[in-house]
Ligand binder design. Structure first.
Ligand SMILES: Cc1ncc(COP(=O)(O)O)c(C=O)c1O
Length: 452
């Protein structure tokens, strides 16, 4: 049964009414409208109404993406729901939220923009439209040394500063579609930092809260950045995957207890889908189909798997290459079919996987290498000193892997890898001379040493 619409005076007080602005701008041309405008426009036209009010589903006024429009019919003096016939019965409650949010500066500014119909340019977008499309940068010295084109996808240029923004956006979008993530909901994730940052930023832009569980061994820079950005950060001691205190298990448990959405980057294939849909096609286009190999380290495996799946579909001749740090199991997995991790360790954060995640399911590679931290460090110092690139250690592992592949395969290849994140996140470790000394790492080795 259709609910009777409320009279506007039943819902809004006098002061609130003064704030509501006519939708004069609905006369503007369709091509000048943003997606939010379309929503409002269609609603207004459907209802032949002169006013549109936005409801936001959360007390975070950072986004109106999930705003629901309510329509005021001037002739009737009534408020109607956005989707006629879909008013589930809690219309009044929602409208009360409208009033509250109209008092918040930011939401009001954005609502006014739409309501007043100021021309909005459809070519400008929020951050969710600016994930990916990263430059492919030629690494000059490494290319000269190997006679190959060694190219790095500048993923540190994503809004959250890492390759993980792609996974975060895709995971959020998939959860919205499936209904696991509801307007105003909370996202929880176990993260070494970057996925948490991506989920938080993109989540906030869409009106979600974020709770991030992070091992306390990760860099202080990432932890403190998360403390600034996220709604809640829980640090836990580093524990193996099978231990109940492992950061992912803590996140999973909390999601079940609180009814939060667990992003589950490791086993949620929306992660690799992001790279299948974006990273792979971008590399194919940017190299005009000339890419001969793609090299990636593995954290969740999303980057390696998704990009490889796409590129192999384009040409099975493109080599998939895994660059693994010591202490991880991926080299063993791809080479010997077991998850042996003996023989060393690594300070690289965000990578170093010890199990076959769902994102890695069905994936094989043409070559796998184990890369010592020293080689990765030599690469990132060379790039910092000579090429204006400031990168974290996983980028160094990737690039050292690209150089290994170049050395084995000979000159003339176009080898693409990933510049995962910035050195800014690791300044207190990788760019701190006393920390390096303490851990037997030398920032002064010549770049040629990585060819040994
Ligand atoms: C710095 C850094 N490099 C590389 C990766 C690995 O990416 P993926 O999870 O797609 O394997 C991560 C993942 O968190 C990361 O934080």
């Amino acid at each position: 049964m259709q609910r009777q619409p409320k009279q506007i005076n039943d819902v809004f007080g006098k002061d609130d009414l003064k704030r509501l602005v006519p939708v004069a701008g609905f006369r503007k041309k369709k091509k000048e409208l943003s997606p939010e405008d379309y929503l409002a426009l269609e609603t207004a036209e459907d209802h032949k109404a002169d006013y549109v009010y936005f409801r936001h589903n959360t007390d975070r006024p950072s986004s109106i993406r999930f705003a629901q429009a309510y329509v005021y019919d001037r002739t009737q003096g009534t408020l109607g729901p956005l989707f006629a016939g879909k008013d589930s019965g809690d219309g009044l409650k929602k409208i009360e939220v409208v009033v509250k949010l109209f008092k918040l500066q930011e939401v009001r500014a954005r609502c006014f923009k739409i309501l007043r119909g100021m021309p909005t340019n459809p070519y400008y977008h929020g951050i969710e439209q600016h994930v990916g499309h990263t430059p492919l940068i030629r690494l000059r010295r490494l290319s000269e040394l190997t006679g190959c084109e060694i190219l790095g996808k500048a993923e540190f240029m994503n809004p959250g500063g890492s390759v993980k923004d792609r996974a975060a956006l895709s995971i959020i979008a998939a959860a919205e579609t499936s209904g696991q993530l509801k307007p105003g909901g909370t996202i929880i994730e176990g993260s070494a930092g970057n996925t948490g940052i991506g989920l938080t930023l993109i989540g906030h832009s869409k009106g979600y809260r974020s709770v991030i569980v992070i091992p306390e061994t990760q860099s202080q820079e990432k932890i403190s950045l998360l403390r600034t950005l996220s709604d809640e950060v829980i640090t836990v001691p580093e524990k193996p995957y099978n231990h109940s205190g492992n950061y992912n298990r803590v996140a999973q448990r909390l999601s079940e207890e609180k009814g939060w959405f667990w992003a589950n980057q490791f086993d949620n294939q929306a992660n690799r889908l992001a790279h299948y849909r974006t990273t792979g096609p971008e590399i194919w286009e940017q190299t005009r189909g000339e890419v001969s190999a793609f090299v990636s380290s593995v954290g969740s495996g999303g980057t390696l798997a998704g990009t490889t799946l796409f590129l192999k579909e384009r040409s099975s001749k493109i080599a998939a290459v895994c660059a693994d740090p010591y202490g991880a199991a991926m080299w063993s997995w791809f080479t010997n079919g077991n998850t042996e991790t003996k023989g060393g360790d690594s300070f690289a954060e965000g990578i170093g996987q010890t199990r076959v995640t769902k994102n890695l399911e069905g994936i094989s590679v043409d070559r796998a290498y184990r890369i010592p931290d020293q080689a990765a460090l030599t690469v990132i110092y060379q790039l910092m000193r000579e090429e204006g690139l400031f990168l974290g250690l996983s980028s160094g592992i990737n690039l050292a892997g690209a150089v290994r592949f170049a050395k084995e395969s000979g000159p003339g290849q176009t080898i693409v890898t990933v510049l995962c994140d910035s050195g800014i996140k690791y300044q207190s470790k990788l760019f701190n001379l006393s920390w390096l000394k303490e851990h037997n790492l030398d920032p002064h080795r010549p770049i040629e040493s990585i060819l040994d």
